[in-house]
Design a protein. Structure first.
Length: 502
């Protein structure tokens, strides 16, 4: 425990430099902004800003990108409460009771409880990362190539199970992602694979190009076809402070939401997105007056908001300790680390402890900044909602193209962004979720490398995966996940859970 506190002191020293504090503030502010403006989301924003990380030091770059991620969780709740329009998928549940509170003139307490619950959950979840991250990283040092391959396989199957929509479509996205990840030079022989003679992709498809196209451009295209009425709440928001009754009613839901989110955030796929749904369902079931839910119950705001922020923080655990991204945003973080020449995994804590502990310390700083950013600036966010999207999208598209072009000064990269943007739009229109594709794209080359190493160690004997206890256990978990999702009752319940999200 003493070692943890000494490491955290080192982390705060690294995160509290003027530059890193500024980057943390920028990340939190941008995250809140894109959470408030429906349609863009943290995945697309991080994809657009990835080229900027070339010019920052690794810690500063990751602090800024992380701030965007958990800032979006805060911002999404603001529009969910005020205008019944969730800025983020994880804020869908907040609309059920949060907007009803706003309609009854209680938008202030709803926003305050959402912010305070988010701050508490984020702080507790960050402490969990600090306490259990090093333990998991130390355990991961026992992993060899077979264990890493099995772990990544569990991650991809988990992403399929927890992806919204059809399981078959999620599997298709995984396969496409694996195929795209294999484009380029063979990792052992150096022979070109699936490059079709295009010199610009001889070393593989650029991660930023794919991400900006699939998430940035595709989201712009999807939003352009919407004619949503952004009817901003007309009443002036007064009395931000919740009453003592509000606090008493919210205390236990915040604690339970924090616990649920902390656990589900670690899961691969949509674990962090699933957390608010699980929290809302639990609060409604254990309530003595479940009929209040959907009509302005403050517990329906406190629990889900705490759960989604706790999940956002603990999703960093597998990234920082195992190098395995549990969701698409964490896959972006892997891309940012790779850009900086850092190999994600358990060795990061030993080889670059300042980066590891600086990231954790910055989460506390960022959560504190978000409370300050969100509550006093509610009026600003409301006015921003009135901005027509037709004014916003050309600027977003321009930044996408400039950012991608600046990486290799290649016009082909910009053309590929347009191509992937069109593909991403097609996928969204036909119910395919692109997040599993991005996860598979990131994990595919790592899986191939560890698979080849495993066969090299075992002289071609595939039994190495079942004779080693850790890899065998992980493969059993993968099989159980497959079996569970194939059960009719589970498939039906899964569709119900994600119905609100669609």
């Amino acid at each position: 425990m003493d070692n943890v506190f000494s490491n955290l002191a080192m982390g705060f020293g690294a995160a509290a430099t003027p530059l890193n504090l500024g980057l943390c503030f920028i990340g939190a502010l941008v995250g809140t902004l894109i959470g408030v403006l429906p349609g863009l989301g943290p995945i697309a924003t991080i994809a657009i800003l990835l080229p900027i990380t070339f010019y920052l030091d690794p810690l500063g770059a990751l602090i800024m990108l992380a701030g965007i991620y958990y800032g979006a969780q805060y911002g999404g709740s603001t529009t969910a409460i005020l205008v019944n329009m969730p800025g983020e998928t994880s804020s869908v549940v907040t609309t059920l009771d949060g907007h009803q509170m706003a309609r009854r003139g209680r938008a202030g307490p709803a926003l305050a409880i959402a912010a305070l619950g988010s701050f508490f959950a984020g702080s507790v979840a960050t402490l969990i990362v600090a306490l259990f991250g090093p333990v998991l990283a130390k355990f991961a040092q026992n992993f060899g190539p077979p264990e890493y391959f099995a772990l990544m396989l569990v991650g991809l199957i988990g992403a399929t199970v927890l992806a919204s929509g059809s399981v078959v479509k999620a599997v298709a996205m995984i396969i496409v992602g694996l195929l795209l990840g294999s484009v380029g030079s063979d990792i052992e022989t150096g022979e070109p694979r699936m490059t079709f003679g295009i010199a610009q992709i001889a070393e593989g498809i650029n991660f930023t190009t794919l991400a900006v196209g699939l998430f940035g451009v595709a989201e712009i295209l999807r939003n352009l076809e919407k004619t949503a009425d952004r009817s901003v709440l007309g009443a002036k928001i007064t009395g931000l402070m919740p009453t003592w009754t509000d606090i008493k009613q919210s205390a236990m839901p915040i604690l339970r939401g924090t616990g649920i989110g902390s656990v589900l955030g670690i899961l691969p796929g949509n674990g962090a997105v699933l957390a608010p749904y699980a929290s809302y369902t639990l609060e409604k079931k254990i309530s003595k007056t479940p009929s209040r839910f959907g009509k302005g119950a403050i517990e329906g705001v406190a629990g889900p908001e705490s759960a989604n922020n706790a999940g956002a923080q603990t999703s960093f655990i597998p990234l920082l300790t195992l190098g395995i991204p549990p969701n698409a945003v964490m896959a972006m973080m892997v891309g940012a680390m790779t850009i900086q020449g850092i190999v994600p995994g358990p060795q990061v804590m030993n080889e670059n402890p300042t980066l590891f502990w600086g990231m954790i310390a910055s989460m506390w700083i960022g959560n504190a900044m978000l409370v300050i950013i969100n509550l006093p600036l509610v009026g600003v966010w409301v006015r921003l909602l009135r901005a027509p999207y037709r004014i916003l999208f050309p600027a977003i598209l321009m930044f996408c193209c400039i950012g991608v072009y600046s990486i290799n000064s290649s016009g082909v990269e910009v053309m590929l962004v347009a191509l992937f943007g069109g593909i991403g739009y097609f996928l969204l229109k036909h119910g395919f979720e692109p997040a599993p594709l991005l996860l598979a794209f990131v994990l595919g080359p790592l899986m191939e490398e560890n698979l080849r190493r495993s066969f090299l160690i075992a002289r071609g004997d595939p039994s190495i995966f079942v004779t080693r206890p850790l890899s065998a256990t992980l493969l059993v978990i993968a099989l159980v996940l497959i079996a569970v999702v194939l059960l009719p009752s589970v498939r039906k319940r899964r569709q119900e859970v994600f119905h609100e999200e669609d």
